[in-house]
Design a protein around this ligand. Structure first.
Ligand code: GCU
Length: 439
C-alpha cells in the first residue's frame, strides 16, 4: 500500500477496527486509577465539524502555497499562541553554550557524550539548561540527530554514574524512587527504558536531551520559577491571558537546544528531529510547529493539548487538563473548557503547521486517555495542507492496525501496550526519520 510499510510478521498484528476498540477498552479500564472519569466510548463521541485549515479568518479560501505561507500559516500560529500555549519570547540575546565535559567512552565505548550548559543569560550562575549530547563513535559525522526533553533528569536516561544528577526540583515518583523532589543516586537510569540510546547510536543517529525541569519545574507556582521568571516584567503584577504557560516554555527550551545543535560540528543541523512523549510530546509538536529548523517532528502519545483532536471529547478533555494542570496552557485556553466547538482551531491545525516537513504521530493502543484515534484524525485533518504544499500528505484513509508504520509525509504508528516510549517506538521514529531525511 502506498505510504505504508508492514513490519516483519513477528511485530505485526493487524486487527479489525471493531476488535481493536473492544480490546483496548477492556485492557485500559483497570488502569484509570484516580483520573477523572471521561468518555472512552467511541459511540459517545459527539458530532463535530473541524475548522477548515485552508480558510482564512476572513472567509477566503487558501488556494496556493504562497497564501498559506504568507497569510494562513501566520494566522494559525497566532491562534495557538494567543488562545492555547501562550506567547513565548525569542532567543535571549546574551545566551551562550559551554561544553563542560566530553566523555569519549560513553555507552560502553559506542558514543561520545558531551555535557553542554546552555546559559540562558550567559552567566554561569544564572538560569541554565544542561544538554547531554550522544554522538556515535563508529563513523565520521556530522550525524542526524534526535532532540527531546526528559522527565526525570539527565541522570535518568542512562545509568552511567558520571552524569551529574539533576540540580533542582524533580517530580516525586516511585519509578525514580524520588520522595522529596530531589534527585538521588538511586534514581540513576530511572528513565533509561524510554531512551533507547545504544539502539539509536547503533543506527548512526546522535541524541540530545535535557531535563524539562531545568526550563520550568512542572508545578503550579504562579510562574515564579524557571524561565518564566527570567523573562517576567518586574513592574507588572499580573500575567496577560496570552502569557506563555509551561508547555510553551518546554517548547522554547527545545528551540534553544536547536540553537546549540546548529553550532555543533558533529551534528547535521539540517537533519534534526524533535521528539517528545506525553506532555513533552505536546511541547515537541508545538516547538516543531513554530520552528522550521526541525527537519522532522515526532509526537509520542501526546494526546490532549498535543496531537489529539479536542472536539472528540474522548479520553482527556480540555476541562480535565486545564483543571489538573492549570500552568500548562495560557489563561485564554480556559475559556474553551466544555466549549471545544467554539475553538477557532483544533489540533489538526497544529499538525498542519509542520507542513510540508515530515511529522510522525505515534500512539499506544491501550493509551485511551491520549485518544489514539483522535491523534490519527488530527493527522488526517492536516492532510489537505500537506497536499496543497505538493506532498503526499497522509498515505492512508483509515487508521492502521498495530505495528504498521504509515511512513508518508504525515506518518502514523500505533503499537500495542500502554502510555510509554519503548524500543518499538524508537524503531518507528528511526525508520521514519531515515526515510525522510536521507532523500
Ligand atoms: C497526564 C496528563 C496528560 C499528559 C500525561 C504525561 O496523564 O493528563 O495530558 O500527557 O500526564 O505527560 O505523562
Amino acid at each position: 500500500m502506498i505510504g505504508q510499510r508492514s513490519l516483519p510478521s513477528s511485530r505485526r498484528a493487524v486487527v479489525s477496527m471493531t476488535s481493536w476498540f473492544l480490546g483496548v477498552a477492556i485492557l485500559a479500564s483497570p488502569a484509570l486509577g484516580q483520573r477523572a472519569k471521561t468518555n472512552e466510548d467511541e459511540a459517545k463521541v459527539p458530532a463535530y465539524t473541524l475548522p477548515d485549515p485552508l480558510v482564512l479568518s476572513g472567509g477566503e479560501r487558501v488556494r496556493d502555497a504562497a497564501t498559506w505561507n504568507a497569510k494562513r500559516r501566520p494566522e494559525i500560529v497566532a491562534l495557538f499562541e494567543t488562545q492555547m500555549y501562550g506567547k513565548a519570547p525569542g532567543r535571549p540575546d546574551g545566551m551562550t553554550f559551554v561544553v563542560t565535559k566530553v566523555v569519549k567512552d560513553a555507552l560502553g565505548g559506542k558514543a561520545t557524550r558531551k555535557e553542554v550548559s546552555v546559559l540562558f543569560t550567559g552567566k554561569p550562575d544564572g538560569p541554565r539548561m544542561d544538554l547531554l549530547v550522544y554522538v556515535p563513535n563508529q563513523a565520521k559525522g556530522p550525524f542526524p540527530a534526535f532532540v527531546g526533553l526528559n522527565f526525570d533528569g539527565n541522570h535518568g536516561v542512562d545509568p552511567d554514574p558520571r552524569i551529574p544528577l539533576a540540580r533542582g526540583w524533580v517530580q516525586n515518583n516511585p519509578r525514580a524512587k524520588i520522595t522529596d523532589h530531589k534527585a538521588t543516586e538511586e534514581s540513576r537510569g530511572s528513565e533509561s527504558s524510554r531512551w533507547a540510546l545504544e539502539r539509536v547510536i547503533d543506527r548512526g543517529f546522535a541524541v540530545a536531551t535535557a531535563y524539562y525541569g531545568d526550563i520550568d519545574p512542572d508545578f503550579d507556582d504562579g510562574f515564579q520559577n524557571g524561565v518564566h521568571a527570567l523573562f517576567s516584567d518586574p513592574g507588572k503584577d499580573h500575567r496577560s491571558a496570552d502569557a506563555w504557560g509551561s508547555v510553551a516554555a518546554w517548547a522554547w527550551g527545545l528551540r534553544r537546544a536547536m540553537d546549540y545543535l546548529e553550532t555543533d560540528p558533529s551534528i547535521n543541523g539540517k537533519r534534526v528531529a524533535v521528539m517528545g512523549h506525553s506532555r513533552l510530546g505536546k511541547a515537541a509538536i508545538w516547538a516543531g510547529a513554530q520552528d522550521t529548523r526541525f527537519a522532522v517532528v515526532i509526537s509520542n502519545d501526546s494526546g490532549e493539548g498535543g496531537a489529539a483532536l479536542s472536539r472528540r471529547k474522548f479520553g482527556e478533555t480540555t476541562r480535565v487538563i486545564n483543571t489538573a494542570f492549570p500552568h500548562w496552557f495560557c489563561g485564554n485556553y480556559k475559556q474553551y473548557m466544555d466549549r471545544e466547538d467554539e475553538m477557532p482551531f483544533d489540533q489538526h491545525m497544529l499538525v498542519a503547521l509542520v507542513a510540508p516537513r515530515p511529522v510522525l504521530i505515534c500512539s499506544a493502543a491501550e493509551d485511551l486517555w491520549a485518544d489514539p484515534k483522535g491523534e490519527f484524525l488530527a493527522g488526517k485533518g492536516a492532510d489537505p495542507v500537506y497536499r496543497l504544499l505538493g506532498t503526499e500528505g497522509l498515505g492512508v484513509r483509515d487508521m492502521p492496525g498495530t505495528n504498521v508504520l504509515v511512513w508518508s509525509r504525515i506518518g502514523y504508528h500505533i503499537r500495542p501496550g500502554k502510555h510509554d516510549v519503548t524500543n518499538t517506538d524508537w524503531d518507528a521514529f528511526m525508520d521514519f526519520a531515515e526515510r525522510h531525511t536521507t532523500r
